[in-house]
Design a protein around this ligand. Structure first.
Ligand code: ATR
Length: 280
Protein backbone atom coordinates (compact mmCIF):
# COMPACT_ATOMS: atom_id res chain seq x y z
CA UNK A 1 0.00 0.00 0.00
CA UNK A 2 1.40 3.42 -0.88
CA UNK A 3 1.80 5.88 2.01
CA UNK A 4 -1.33 8.03 2.20
CA UNK A 5 -1.27 11.84 2.10
CA UNK A 6 -3.98 14.35 1.38
CA UNK A 7 -5.28 17.89 1.50
CA UNK A 8 -8.08 18.98 3.84
CA UNK A 9 -9.98 22.11 2.81
CA UNK A 10 -13.37 23.51 1.93
CA UNK A 11 -13.80 23.97 -0.99
CA UNK A 12 -10.90 21.95 -2.31
CA UNK A 13 -11.98 20.31 -5.61
CA UNK A 14 -10.03 22.75 -7.79
CA UNK A 15 -6.77 22.38 -5.88
CA UNK A 16 -3.55 21.90 -7.89
CA UNK A 17 -1.88 20.05 -5.01
CA UNK A 18 -2.56 16.47 -6.28
CA UNK A 19 -0.97 17.46 -9.61
CA UNK A 20 2.06 18.99 -7.87
CA UNK A 21 2.63 16.16 -5.38
CA UNK A 22 1.94 13.57 -8.11
CA UNK A 23 4.77 15.08 -10.18
CA UNK A 24 7.10 15.25 -7.16
CA UNK A 25 6.38 11.59 -6.35
CA UNK A 26 7.00 10.37 -9.93
CA UNK A 27 10.13 12.46 -10.21
CA UNK A 28 11.65 10.98 -7.04
CA UNK A 29 10.15 7.46 -7.26
CA UNK A 30 8.14 7.77 -4.03
CA UNK A 31 5.38 5.24 -3.39
CA UNK A 32 2.63 7.50 -2.09
CA UNK A 33 -0.93 8.58 -2.76
CA UNK A 34 -2.34 12.11 -2.39
CA UNK A 35 -6.05 12.80 -2.34
CA UNK A 36 -8.43 15.64 -1.64
CA UNK A 37 -10.69 15.72 1.43
CA UNK A 38 -13.59 18.11 0.97
CA UNK A 39 -14.24 18.79 4.65
CA UNK A 40 -16.66 21.38 6.02
CA UNK A 41 -15.50 23.08 9.24
CA UNK A 42 -17.71 21.03 11.56
CA UNK A 43 -16.18 17.78 10.23
CA UNK A 44 -12.53 18.80 10.05
CA UNK A 45 -11.38 17.49 13.41
CA UNK A 46 -13.14 14.11 13.16
CA UNK A 47 -12.16 13.53 9.52
CA UNK A 48 -8.53 14.49 10.03
CA UNK A 49 -8.18 12.30 13.14
CA UNK A 50 -9.88 9.39 11.32
CA UNK A 51 -7.40 9.81 8.44
CA UNK A 52 -4.41 9.61 10.77
CA UNK A 53 -5.77 6.77 12.92
CA UNK A 54 -6.38 4.89 9.64
CA UNK A 55 -2.64 5.14 8.88
CA UNK A 56 -2.43 8.51 7.07
CA UNK A 57 1.23 9.54 6.81
CA UNK A 58 0.84 13.30 6.43
CA UNK A 59 -1.51 16.03 5.30
CA UNK A 60 -1.78 19.51 3.95
CA UNK A 61 -4.40 21.84 5.34
CA UNK A 62 -5.90 24.81 3.55
CA UNK A 63 -8.70 27.32 4.11
CA UNK A 64 -10.67 27.42 6.32
CA UNK A 65 -8.87 24.92 8.56
CA UNK A 66 -5.37 26.35 8.96
CA UNK A 67 -6.04 27.73 12.42
CA UNK A 68 -8.12 24.79 13.68
CA UNK A 69 -5.31 22.46 12.59
CA UNK A 70 -3.03 24.14 15.11
CA UNK A 71 -5.31 22.83 17.88
CA UNK A 72 -5.44 19.33 16.43
CA UNK A 73 -1.72 18.53 16.44
CA UNK A 74 0.44 17.47 19.41
CA UNK A 75 3.26 19.87 18.63
CA UNK A 76 3.81 23.06 16.64
CA UNK A 77 7.02 24.12 14.92
CA UNK A 78 8.31 27.64 15.58
CA UNK A 79 7.19 28.87 12.17
CA UNK A 80 3.69 27.43 12.68
CA UNK A 81 3.55 29.26 16.01
CA UNK A 82 4.65 32.50 14.36
CA UNK A 83 2.13 32.09 11.54
CA UNK A 84 -0.52 31.00 14.06
CA UNK A 85 -1.59 28.50 11.40
CA UNK A 86 -0.75 25.02 10.13
CA UNK A 87 -0.62 24.08 6.46
CA UNK A 88 1.35 20.83 6.81
CA UNK A 89 0.94 17.97 9.28
CA UNK A 90 3.77 15.49 9.66
CA UNK A 91 3.34 12.20 11.47
CA UNK A 92 6.39 11.58 13.62
CA UNK A 93 6.26 8.32 15.61
CA UNK A 94 2.75 8.52 17.03
CA UNK A 95 2.74 12.30 17.30
CA UNK A 96 1.26 14.83 14.87
CA UNK A 97 3.52 17.81 14.24
CA UNK A 98 1.99 20.96 12.74
CA UNK A 99 4.21 23.06 10.52
CA UNK A 100 3.74 25.99 8.18
CA UNK A 101 5.62 25.99 4.87
CA UNK A 102 3.94 29.05 3.31
CA UNK A 103 6.62 31.54 4.37
CA UNK A 104 9.44 29.27 3.19
CA UNK A 105 7.55 28.86 -0.10
CA UNK A 106 7.29 32.62 -0.56
CA UNK A 107 10.97 33.13 0.28
CA UNK A 108 12.08 30.40 -2.15
CA UNK A 109 9.93 31.81 -4.93
CA UNK A 110 11.22 35.36 -4.49
CA UNK A 111 14.89 34.49 -4.15
CA UNK A 112 15.35 31.23 -6.12
CA UNK A 113 12.71 31.24 -8.88
CA UNK A 114 12.37 34.98 -9.46
CA UNK A 115 15.98 35.75 -8.52
CA UNK A 116 15.00 38.91 -6.66
CA UNK A 117 17.82 40.27 -4.55
CA UNK A 118 18.15 43.69 -2.95
CA UNK A 119 20.29 45.40 -0.35
CA UNK A 120 17.98 46.56 2.42
CA UNK A 121 14.79 46.76 0.33
CA UNK A 122 11.78 48.85 1.24
CA UNK A 123 8.86 46.42 1.35
CA UNK A 124 5.13 47.05 1.44
CA UNK A 125 2.86 44.23 2.60
CA UNK A 126 -0.82 44.71 1.74
CA UNK A 127 -3.21 42.91 4.10
CA UNK A 128 -3.10 41.86 7.73
CA UNK A 129 -5.00 38.56 7.78
CA UNK A 130 -3.72 34.98 7.90
CA UNK A 131 -1.89 35.17 4.56
CA UNK A 132 -0.06 38.37 5.57
CA UNK A 133 0.94 36.90 8.92
CA UNK A 134 2.32 33.82 7.15
CA UNK A 135 4.46 36.07 4.92
CA UNK A 136 6.02 38.14 7.71
CA UNK A 137 9.02 35.99 8.54
CA UNK A 138 9.89 35.46 4.86
CA UNK A 139 9.77 39.19 4.16
CA UNK A 140 11.86 39.99 7.22
CA UNK A 141 14.42 37.44 5.99
CA UNK A 142 15.01 39.77 3.03
CA UNK A 143 16.49 42.15 5.63
CA UNK A 144 14.41 45.16 4.68
CA UNK A 145 15.31 48.72 5.53
CA UNK A 146 11.61 48.96 6.40
CA UNK A 147 8.59 46.67 6.13
CA UNK A 148 5.32 48.60 6.00
CA UNK A 149 2.08 46.71 6.63
CA UNK A 150 -0.93 48.50 5.17
CA UNK A 151 -4.46 47.24 5.62
CA UNK A 152 -8.01 48.40 4.89
CA UNK A 153 -8.72 47.98 8.62
CA UNK A 154 -5.69 49.75 10.04
CA UNK A 155 -6.03 48.30 13.55
CA UNK A 156 -5.25 44.84 12.22
CA UNK A 157 -2.08 46.17 10.55
CA UNK A 158 -0.99 47.81 13.81
CA UNK A 159 -1.65 44.59 15.72
CA UNK A 160 0.42 42.51 13.30
CA UNK A 161 3.26 45.05 13.26
CA UNK A 162 3.31 45.11 17.06
CA UNK A 163 3.46 41.31 17.29
CA UNK A 164 6.47 41.08 14.98
CA UNK A 165 8.16 44.30 16.14
CA UNK A 166 11.09 42.50 17.77
CA UNK A 167 11.98 40.70 14.56
CA UNK A 168 12.74 43.73 12.37
CA UNK A 169 11.95 47.33 11.34
CA UNK A 170 8.18 47.30 10.85
CA UNK A 171 5.60 50.07 10.51
CA UNK A 172 1.83 49.99 9.98
CA UNK A 173 -0.54 52.39 8.24
CA UNK A 174 -3.75 52.74 6.29
CA UNK A 175 -3.76 52.70 2.48
CA UNK A 176 -4.21 56.46 2.05
CA UNK A 177 -1.00 57.16 4.01
CA UNK A 178 1.02 55.40 1.30
CA UNK A 179 0.80 58.35 -1.08
CA UNK A 180 4.19 59.47 -2.48
CA UNK A 181 6.02 56.59 -0.82
CA UNK A 182 8.41 54.35 -2.75
CA UNK A 183 8.90 50.60 -2.36
CA UNK A 184 11.18 48.04 -3.99
CA UNK A 185 8.74 45.21 -3.37
CA UNK A 186 4.97 45.25 -2.87
CA UNK A 187 3.39 41.97 -1.76
CA UNK A 188 -0.36 41.57 -1.98
CA UNK A 189 -1.57 39.30 0.81
CA UNK A 190 -5.16 40.55 0.80
CA UNK A 191 -7.92 38.27 -0.40
CA UNK A 192 -9.08 41.01 -2.80
CA UNK A 193 -7.73 39.17 -5.88
CA UNK A 194 -10.03 36.24 -5.11
CA UNK A 195 -12.94 38.58 -5.87
CA UNK A 196 -11.26 40.27 -8.83
CA UNK A 197 -10.57 43.43 -6.75
CA UNK A 198 -7.44 45.46 -6.06
CA UNK A 199 -6.81 47.10 -2.66
CA UNK A 200 -7.42 50.86 -2.88
CA UNK A 201 -3.77 51.85 -2.72
CA UNK A 202 -2.57 55.22 -4.13
CA UNK A 203 -1.25 54.48 -7.61
CA UNK A 204 1.99 56.41 -7.11
CA UNK A 205 3.36 53.62 -4.88
CA UNK A 206 4.17 51.76 -8.10
CA UNK A 207 6.84 53.03 -10.50
CA UNK A 208 9.19 51.49 -13.05
CA UNK A 209 11.50 50.24 -10.27
CA UNK A 210 8.83 48.44 -8.22
CA UNK A 211 8.36 44.67 -8.14
CA UNK A 212 4.78 43.65 -7.38
CA UNK A 213 3.97 40.17 -6.13
CA UNK A 214 0.51 38.72 -5.65
CA UNK A 215 0.37 35.75 -3.28
CA UNK A 216 -2.86 34.76 -5.05
CA UNK A 217 -2.73 33.08 -8.47
CA UNK A 218 -5.13 32.54 -11.31
CA UNK A 219 -5.43 31.20 -14.85
CA UNK A 220 -4.72 34.65 -16.32
CA UNK A 221 -3.29 37.75 -14.62
CA UNK A 222 -4.81 38.35 -11.20
CA UNK A 223 -6.48 41.76 -10.74
CA UNK A 224 -3.44 42.95 -8.74
CA UNK A 225 -0.94 41.77 -11.38
CA UNK A 226 -2.96 43.43 -14.15
CA UNK A 227 -3.09 46.65 -12.06
CA UNK A 228 0.68 46.59 -11.45
CA UNK A 229 1.40 46.04 -15.15
CA UNK A 230 -0.88 48.94 -16.09
CA UNK A 231 1.08 51.17 -13.72
CA UNK A 232 4.37 50.16 -15.36
CA UNK A 233 5.85 48.07 -12.53
CA UNK A 234 9.32 46.66 -13.19
CA UNK A 235 7.91 43.19 -12.58
CA UNK A 236 4.49 41.84 -11.69
CA UNK A 237 4.33 38.22 -10.56
CA UNK A 238 1.69 35.96 -9.11
CA UNK A 239 1.96 33.18 -6.56
CA UNK A 240 2.31 30.00 -8.67
CA UNK A 241 5.91 29.62 -7.58
CA UNK A 242 4.99 30.07 -3.93
CA UNK A 243 2.36 27.34 -4.32
CA UNK A 244 4.90 24.89 -5.74
CA UNK A 245 7.65 25.81 -3.26
CA UNK A 246 5.44 25.47 -0.16
CA UNK A 247 4.40 22.05 -1.49
CA UNK A 248 8.07 21.09 -2.06
CA UNK A 249 8.88 22.02 1.52
CA UNK A 250 5.99 19.83 2.76
CA UNK A 251 7.13 16.97 0.49
CA UNK A 252 10.63 17.25 1.88
CA UNK A 253 9.31 17.05 5.46
CA UNK A 254 7.22 13.97 4.66
CA UNK A 255 9.59 12.04 2.43
CA UNK A 256 13.07 13.39 3.25
CA UNK A 257 13.59 14.15 -0.45
CA UNK A 258 13.98 17.63 -1.95
CA UNK A 259 11.96 17.67 -5.18
CA UNK A 260 13.04 19.60 -8.29
CA UNK A 261 10.44 22.36 -8.48
CA UNK A 262 11.38 23.93 -11.85
CA UNK A 263 9.72 21.32 -14.15
CA UNK A 264 6.63 21.22 -11.92
CA UNK A 265 6.27 25.00 -11.99
CA UNK A 266 6.67 24.97 -15.77
CA UNK A 267 4.00 22.27 -16.18
CA UNK A 268 1.67 24.13 -13.83
CA UNK A 269 2.04 27.40 -15.74
CA UNK A 270 1.36 25.57 -19.02
CA UNK A 271 -1.80 24.02 -17.56
CA UNK A 272 -2.95 27.36 -16.17
CA UNK A 273 -2.39 28.99 -19.58
CA UNK A 274 -4.46 26.23 -21.20
CA UNK A 275 -7.27 26.82 -18.71
CA UNK A 276 -7.10 30.58 -19.42
CA UNK A 277 -7.44 29.93 -23.17
CA UNK A 278 -10.19 27.32 -22.99
CA UNK A 279 -13.74 28.61 -23.64
CA UNK A 280 -15.79 28.68 -20.42
P1 ATR B 1 -6.51 35.32 4.66
O1 ATR B 1 -6.34 34.18 5.61
O2 ATR B 1 -6.71 34.94 3.23
O3 ATR B 1 -5.46 36.36 4.85
P2 ATR B 1 -8.34 36.97 6.18
O4 ATR B 1 -7.63 36.64 7.45
O5 ATR B 1 -9.82 37.01 6.15
O6 ATR B 1 -7.95 35.96 5.04
O7 ATR B 1 -7.76 38.36 5.64
C1 ATR B 1 -8.14 38.92 4.44
C2 ATR B 1 -7.29 40.16 4.19
O8 ATR B 1 -7.63 40.72 2.93
C3 ATR B 1 -7.52 41.27 5.21
O9 ATR B 1 -6.32 42.00 5.35
C4 ATR B 1 -8.62 42.10 4.53
O10 ATR B 1 -8.68 43.44 4.97
P3 ATR B 1 -9.54 43.79 6.31
O11 ATR B 1 -8.70 43.35 7.46
O12 ATR B 1 -9.73 45.25 6.24
O13 ATR B 1 -10.83 43.00 6.16
C5 ATR B 1 -8.10 42.06 3.12
N1 ATR B 1 -9.10 42.34 2.07
C6 ATR B 1 -10.10 41.53 1.63
N2 ATR B 1 -10.78 42.11 0.61
C7 ATR B 1 -10.20 43.33 0.41
C8 ATR B 1 -10.42 44.39 -0.51
N3 ATR B 1 -11.41 44.33 -1.43
N4 ATR B 1 -9.63 45.47 -0.45
C9 ATR B 1 -8.64 45.54 0.46
N5 ATR B 1 -8.36 44.57 1.35
C10 ATR B 1 -9.12 43.47 1.33
Amino acid sequence: MPDAYGLFGFPVQHSWSPFIHGMFARQSGQDMSYRLFETPPERFRTDALAFFSGGGAGANVTLPHKRTAADLVNELTRRAQLADAVNTIVRRDEQLVGDNTDGAGLFADLTKNLQLHWDSPRILLLGAGGAARGAMEALLSLQPELLVIANRTVDRAIELATEFAELGPIAACEFSKLEHRRFDLIVNATSASLHGDVPLVPIDVVDSTTTCYDMAYGAGDTAFVAWAKRLGAARAEQGWGMLVEQAAEAFQLWRGVQPDTAPVLKALRQRAAMVARSPS
